[in-house]
Write a protein that binds this ligand. Structure first.
Ligand SMILES: [Zn+2]
Length: 179
């Protein structure tokens, strides 16, 4: 269970850091009973695809970096009061984090990437696999250039169960300062 939690935390941190590095924003990260969720924005459709690919790509970091020690029980959901100005969707998903199946309607990364690869290129099926390959290539570049940031965000998400956008911004700024 703890291994799954670490893998999920690193995956969601990959989405978050990629969104920011690609010019977008992270509005919050949540671990829930079914896995995890990243609330992010990206400046365009293509960068959204690279951000999506960065989640699965980042997972390889979970095996190379140890999960932090958990002090006390594993936390998901509303482990602390949310700030009123926090993103509505983020706040809602923190509330729903403990309800099994409440976030299952979400599309998988693989499906979202496939929709992106085909969209606008319906008549060129030969290009679909290449487009997915390219998204994975960009994701790999972004992930390998930001390993430290992804691990720092993942550690805090692993410990606290959720992080607001401001908390993610704070972790990224602190990591940059150290480097
Ligand atoms: Zn994902």
């Amino acid at each position: 269970m703890t291994n799954d939690r670490w893998l999920t935390a690193v995956h969601e941190a990959g989405h978050a850091v990629a969104a920011v590095e690609l010019g977008g924003q992270c509005e919050g990260l949540v671990l829930n009973v079914d896995g995890g969720l990243a609330h992010v924005t990206t400046p365009c459709h293509d960068r959204e695809a690279y951000m999506i690919a960065a989640g699965p790509t980042a997972q390889e970091l979970a095996g190379k970096n140890a999960a932090p020690e958990l002090q006390g029980p594993e936390k998901i959901g509303a482990t602390k009061a949310l700030h009123p100005k926090e993103d509505f969707m983020f706040a809602l998903s923190v509330e729903l984090a403990e309800v099994p199946g409440s976030m299952r309607t979400l599309e998988t990364d693989e499906r979202r990437l496939a929709v992106w690869a085909i969209g606008g290129h319906e008549s060129e099926p030969d290009s679909w696999a290449r487009r997915i390959q390219f998204a994975n290539y960009v994701a790999h570049k972004v992930v390998s250039a930001n390993v430290e940031k992804i691990i720092r965000v993942a550690e805090q998400l692993f410990i606290h169960g959720h992080l607001s956008g401001d908390e993610v911004t704070g972790i990224l700024a602190a990591t940059e300062k150290e480097q």
